[in-house]
Design a protein around this ligand. Structure first.
Ligand SMILES: Nc1ncnc2c1ncn2[C@@H]1O[C@H](COP(=O)(O)OP(=O)(O)OP(=O)(O)O)[C@@H](O)[C@H]1O
Length: 362
């Protein structure tokens, strides 16, 4: 397996890019550590597949270098990079059996029959394909076929990394969780470098040790699922991750406080100064999970009017009006608030972030 470094990588599909918008990937620096499980998460069109294809060698970047274990492979074709790739749709040979499909990448590389049989059996066991090894692939269901595809990626031990591009798209929702769990288990056992592309935050957060969040051709944050949830450094990460996403309220900074819809909240003097220094639009961010109802006003609370309360089973989701703005708040199941009532919501300073021009001010 390999440590993969992307140095100053950028890509434009057109021949003569002139501005930022001509670039599918804006300049980025990224390191994928050996043995890490990464998710590449972002909305459709943000550049995930472009980035993956640059790693695998299917695409040569307009700028920058790709390094595998310190060696520059930017000009190397896919065959020389030793990457296993799993795509959205299963890539298997219908006329072969499951076992022959799994053995194919090993035979192709001249591995002996005994070693091949051992590896095939191990991978089949991991993916719960043992009872089906003799079955012809054409007779398999879509999710079984995709499991075989995954197996073909996992069977080789000599690969630099396994790249998976939305591999669970064609899988029935009720078997998706099973495959996700399997993949996580397989990573824990084999410790290979995995890059998993998805636009589904649940998939990214459950599978990966670290998540690379992309938006409009840029990497906006790299972090553990917890870091992305607790400390989003970019407003995009704040609202893209979470359900619902972070509350983001336009605000101004004056006299050592942040003012939201006429209500003042204390703010660290250094943060105030740095925020004002950027000259960018200011937004105050807090996740619905971190807002707390308090019985009376405190320096860090705001008065709101409740407009809606939805019972979601284990908790409630409240919608509240703060001046002309709307806030979402997660409430405990036993909360008795009703639409039309007013209440105080506290914004604990540790969980409240000020953003200037979309980036967190620290
Ligand atoms: N072969 C191509 N030629 C020209 N433009 C392309 C090509 N492939 C992708 N693009 C453009 O590059 C941008 C990034 O596309 P990319 O497929 O990398 O995004 P993505 O995040 O993988 O999206 P999706 O989740 O929809 O697959 C998009 O604006 C897309 O239209």
């Amino acid at each position: 397996m390999a440590r993969i470094e992307l140095r100053g990588i950028a890509h434009a599909y057109g021949p003569a890019p002139t501005s930022d918008k001509d670039y599918a990937l804006r300049p980025l620096e990224l390191t994928w550590e050996d043995g890490g499980a990464y998710a590449l998460l972002g909305p459709s069109g943000c550049g995930k597949t472009t980035l993956l294809n640059i790693i695998s060698g299917l695409l040569k970047p307009s700028h920058g270098q790709v390094l595998f274990n310190g060696t520059d492979v930017t000009a190397a074709p896919p065959q020389q990079r030793n990457i296993a790739q799993v795509f959205q749709f299963p890539v298997i040979y219908d006329t072969m059996s499951v076992s022959e499909n799994l053995a194919f990448p090993l035979r192709n590389r001249g591995l002996g029959p005994e070693e091949t049989r051992k590896r095939v059996e191990e991978v089949a066991e991991l993916l719960e394909l043992t009872p089906d090894l003799k079955m012809r692939a054409s007779g398999l269901s879509a999710d079984m076929k995709q499991r075989v595809s995954l197996g073909r990626g996992l069977v080789r031990r000599d690969v630099a990394a396994i790249l998976l591009d939305e591999p669970l798209t064609v899988i029935d929702p009720h078997v998706k969780w099973l495959l996700r769990r399997k993949l996580k288990q397989v990573h824990e056992q084999l410790k290979m470098t995995i890059v998993y592309v998805t636009h589904d935050q649940v998939e990214a957060l459950t599978l990966a040790d670290r998540v690379v969040v992309m938006n409009q051709g840029r990497v906006v944050q790299v972090g553990t699922p917890r870091e992305l949830f607790e400390h989003p450094v970019d407003t995009f990460v704040g609202y893209f991750i979470g359900s619902p996403g972070m509350n983001l309220l336009p605000c101004v900074v004056e006299d050592g406080a942040v003012v939201v819809e006429g209500q003042r909240l204390p703010l660290d003097a250094g943060v105030c100064a740095r925020a004002l220094g950027t000259g960018g639009e200011l937004l105050l961010g807090i996740r619905p999970e971190f807002l707390r109802r308090v019985p009376e006003g405190t320096p860090s609370s705001v008065r709101v009017e409740v407009t809606q309360v939805e019972d979601l089973g284990r908790h409630k989701l409240g919608t509240a009006r703060l001046g002309s703005r709307t806030l979402k708040v997660r409430l405990p199941e036993e909360e008795r608030l009703a639409p039309g009532e007013t209440c105080w919501l506290e914004l604990p300073p540790a969980w409240t972030t000020l953003y200037a021009a979309g980036r967190a001010v620290s």
